[in-house]
Design a protein. Structure first.
Lengths: 788, 156
């Protein structure tokens, strides 16, 4: 679709250069750790070496003698203010600082306040804590066994380690479908703990002004408004009232879901600032970030798929154990303890499905957040895309043919899935066929057969995923009761320039550009003249923030609707200026003209000036609008990915030779930014597929707690991604857009796993858990007698 | 804690300073000189967000002591722009969408700058190898490679 606006205006479809970049390429971004306030103190944190232990004593005596150390804050200190516990976003409770027990390795035990960061670190080393180790529960299945130590002794009536049992679908009907099926395949899989590991870690500067009673917190948060409300609710009793709390999310160095939760460090810094009356900075280091901040995934899944002999898939049944660690600190909408896992029927037209998830406590850090995905969609997509390949293998069918046979047909949209979602739009065969054509699927299968005959290991993997993003409609979606709308306020100034503020917060997604283009599209004001602001709760309208690919579906839509409200008012002013009726005016981007007399026109800039200098009597002056957008439905981006791998028989290394990604995110606002989002998403799909895992030994000691062991893909491992697209607009979004930031992270891992399994299928391999390390592959090659 | 007097030339300006033995170069640059463009992303020399040039060689300033830079010439991201004109590496990152959150960008650009100083016509594998000590979580590296290629073409 050709852009409607000129390149100078830069509305939808223009690949304009990013407006935020001039400061970043000069090193002039303003991240939290760049903020230095007069008299600022530093917080560093003492952490537990044990995964489960009783705290006998905390002795701060030696620490308080360290030059520069001013105070040591413990759970007892916070208990005086009743701030030693805080709610998670899932309405569970977690400690800020412990008074009795630690529940995971690296848990916060005490905070040291000092005059500089080196002194604070010295103080941490000098705090002496005496622990009495307790039995550790690491395995979530053992945690569910009768007689397992009950971990949450703080919960009065808790007699086991189950957090929740959640189920969806018609179990009896699904069981009947399985009983009558020609073929049933079953597969266990584990999606291990991983960490978003944004290159900027988490931190804050809390600045409490004793005179005004105002608290300003500069913090790494993806959801500043929600944080303000949470602080007011949690600390209202110590005098922090919401109108006196200002949360500022400055430039954020990557979020990916890891900067949605509230971590104890933020709360300790706020408490310290309130008590001391000075600004307090807390910046975690990388090991703290990996070891204690919310993790993602950790789903132990058993999936079963029923089908006819002809490959027609009929029913899906999934049972999952979700290891949440010490507390359910996921960041899901309240009504969805397992997030949007019920999108697990994926791109396929199932007659029956049933899924259940049990959440479990263990002695690991709390979490269950997303890793660049929309609330457990990655887990769902991985499950179904693996199961389709398992079935293809069982039936001896080509996995592409099996997918084409079972896709929701394009003419069935809007499509009601058996688990209750209404998919807004889609054309799954088109995306898969495009990917097959681009990669040369038939020729690759021929090459694979020839290589296999020579003993070489090559595999081709497909993933045809469906995303579910843009949470969400207020009927179902809230976080701690706050509905998941999002917002935009636009002010058009007398000289025809505009300021647009949003309730979301970019962490690299390019909102300052994309949102400006939305306003440009709707009002014809050049994107260069639209200043976008987010992240300051004193100025931006209330919104739920940026995660789960929700910014374009919610706040972007709010921007379009707010701009249309302004256009409606502009039309009244234009009619007044041109002395015609509103019905005689036609709009083209940037101006209203009189029907049949196009030379009689008023530009949006002329109208803006008139709104302040010559507005019609009876109409309010000014040209502003605000809109809180409550989406009528979620959006369902989709795509088909094909990956080609070669396996080194000497080392077991998986080499990605090619990766074709065909994405459909509806109408595109900035093609350059969309492409960049997909590149990044694919790389964060590659990461858990082949490299990243955080695991624990039987004592609850973390393995993978630094970049020594937790391997992020570098430019060497990352292949040259080959992108293409189809465009199926969302029928309900004002711009037809769907959101794109996470599609690739969701879709990529199963394509890679399917390719590796495909390379080894003739050896009898049917499944591999991620990450598929060289060691894992080499062990199989050796067992099968094909290692070199 | 012992202190030392050092002289470090940063982006062409000489700075004399009294520093603790243990002060990291990155903290000297960020907290003392307030050149906050150089970032900290890990503590183990893996991520490269803190990369600066020390006497023309890329160095991870989170694992160098400030005293080790005594007498050295340091170039940080703030020194890339000359007389109001962006360096081609900066232009390239903007033009080719080589950055998203911007956090790894200064280190990545300094590494690219150093590569182009010794190799005016790097191949894609050479670029990928050169930046393999700089982690980026946002871009998937594709556009970073293009950004450095853009700069190479501009510099030739």
């Amino acid at each position: 679709m050709a852009p409607r606006t000129s390149p100078e205006v830069g509305g939808m479809g223009h690949a304009i250069k990013r407006k935020e970049d001039p400061r970043f390429i000069r090193g002039q971004g303003r991240y939290v750790d760049d903020i230095q306030l007069p008299g600022m103190l530093y917080l560093d944190i003492v952490r537990s070496p044990f995964a489960h232990a009783r705290i006998k004593t905390i002795d701060a005596g030696r620490a308080l003698k360290v030059p520069g150390v001013l105070a040591v804050i413990t759970g007892e200190t916070l208990a005086k203010y009743n701030l030693h516990w805080m709610p998670t976003l899932m309405s569970d409770m977690q400690m800020v600082l412990p008074t009795e027990k630690v529940m995971y390795q690296a848990q916060e035990v005490a905070g040291v306040i000092a005059t500089d960061r080196y002194a604070a670190a010295d103080g941490v080393d000098a705090v002496e804590v005496d622990y009495e180790p307790l039995p550790v529960v690491v395995d979530p299945f053992k945690a569910l066994e009768p007689g397992a130590p009950v971990l949450r002794t703080d919960k009065k009536d808790k007699t086991d380690n189950r957090i929740f049992h959640w189920e969806v679908g018609d179990k009896a009907a699904t069981d009947r479908a399985f009983a009558g099926a020609d073929v049933v395949v079953t597969q266990d899989m584990h999606l291990p703990r991983i960490h978003v590991a944004s290159i900027e870690t988490c931190g804050c500067v809390a600045d409490f002004d004793r005179v005004t009673g105002r608290l300003t917190v500069y913090m790494t948060t993806q959801a500043p408004h929600a944080i303000r409300t949470v602080v007011a609710l949690v600390a209202g009793h110590v005098g922090l009232s919401e109108e006196k709390i200002r949360i500022v999310a400055p430039d954020i160095g990557g979020g990916f879901g890891g900067k949605v939760p509230v971590y104890p460090g933020y709360v300790i810094a706020i408490a310290a600032s309130v008590v001391v009356g000075k600004p307090v900075k807390w910046i975690e280091d990388r090991m703290e970030n990996l070891q204690a901040d919310s993790f993602a995934r950790d789903y132990h899944i058993r999936a079963e798929l029923a089908a006819g002999k002809d490959g027609r898939m009929t029913a899906l049944r999934i049972k999952t154990v979700a290891d949440h660690g010490y507390a359910d600190a996921a960041a899901n909408p309240s009504k969805f303890p397992a997030g949007l896992f019920s999108i697990c029927t994926g791109s396929y037209d199932f007659g029956q499905a049933f899924a259940e998830v049990d959440g479990v406590y263990t002695n690991k850090p709390p979490g269950g957040i997303a890793y660049r995905c929309s609330f457990r969609v990655t887990e769902a997509a991985h499950t179904i895309e693996r199961m389709v390949d398992v079935l293809a293998h069982q039936l001896g069918m080509d996995p592409a043919d099996l997918r084409l046979k079972n896709f929701v047909p394009p003419d069935k949209f809007p499509y009601r899935s058996v688990l209750g979602w209404e998919y807004d739009s889609g054309n799954y065969p088109a995306a898969l066929k495009k990917a097959m054509e681009k990669i040369g699927y038939a020729a690759l299968r021929k090459e694979q057969a020839e290589k296999r005959a020579r003993g070489e290991l090559m595999g081709i993997g497909i993933s045809s995923f469906t995303e579910i993003v843009g949470a969400g409609p207020s009927k179902h979606f809230d976080i701690l009761g706050i509905k998941m709308f999002d917002s935009c306020e636009i002010r058009v100034h007398p000289t025809g320039k505009a300021t647009a503020r949003f309730g979301t917060k970019s962490q690299g997604q390019g909102h300052e550009t994309t949102y400006a283009q939305i306003v440009a599209e709707e009002l014809g004001i050049p994107a260069a003249h639209v200043e976008v602001e987010e992240g300051d709760t004193d100025t931006a309208p209330y919104g739920l923030g940026t995660y789960a690919s929700r910014s374009t579906p919610t706040a972007g839509a709010a921007g379009a609707v707010a701009a249309r409200k302004i256009r409606d008012k502009a039309k009244k002013i234009a009619a007044h200026l041109l002395e015609v009726g509103e019905e005689d005016l036609v709009w083209e981007p940037g101006k209203f003209s009189v029907k049949g007399a196009p030379q009689k026109a008023k530009t949006i800039q002329e109208i803006a000036l008139a709104a302040y200098t010559n507005h019609p009597q009876g109409l309010e002056a000014g040209l502003e609008a605000v809109h809180y957008y409550d989406p009528p439905n979620l959006t369902f981006p989709f795509g088909s990915y094909i990956c080609v791998v070669d396996i080194d028989r000497g080392t077991g290394e998986v080499k990605i030779r090619r990766f074709v990604a065909v994405d459909d995110c509806g109408n595109i606002i900035n093609p350059m930014i969309v492409e960049g989002q997909i590149h990044g998403g694919l790389t964060m799909g590659l990461a858990p597929a082949l490299y990243e895992e955080i695991s624990y030994d039987e004592h609850g000691n973390i393995r993978g707690g630094s970049f020594m062991d937790y391997l992020l893909p570098t430019a060497m491992e990352t292949p040259q991604w080959e992108l293409d697209k189809t465009v199926t607009p969302s029928p309900h979004h004002p711009l037809g857009a769907k959101g794109v930031g996470e599609s690739a992270t969701v879709g990529a891992p199963p394509a890679i796993v399917n390719a590796v399994v495909d390379a080894l299928a003739h050896l009898g391999v049917r499944h591999l858990d991620i990450p598929i390390t060289p060691e894992k592959v080499w062990t199989i090659l050796r067992e099968k007698g094909v290692a070199e | 804690m012992a202190t030392h007097t050092i002289r470090v030339t940063v982006n062409g300006t000489a700075h004399d300073a009294e520093v603790e033995s243990r002060l990291l170069l990155v903290h000297f640059l960020r907290d003392r000189l307030r050149l906050t463009g150089t970032h900290i992303g890990c503590d183990t020399t893996h991520c490269g967000a803190c990369t600066v040039l020390v006497d023309g060689e890329p160095a991870k300033s989170c694992t160098l002591l400030a005293v080790q830079a005594d007498g050295a010439e340091v170039l940080t991201v703030e020194g890339l722009e000359k007389d109001g004109a962006l360096h081609p590496v900066q232009e390239g990152f903007w033009q080719e969408h080589g950055l998203q959150c911007g956090y790894c960008t200064p280190g990545m650009m300094i590494t690219g700058y150093a590569l182009l100083a010794r190799n005016q016509n790097p191949t894609e594998p050479e670029i990928r190898h050169a930046i393999s000590g700089n982690l980026c979580r946002c871009t998937g590296y594709v556009n970073i490679v293009k950004s450095i290629q853009y700069a190479a073409a501009r510099l030739r």
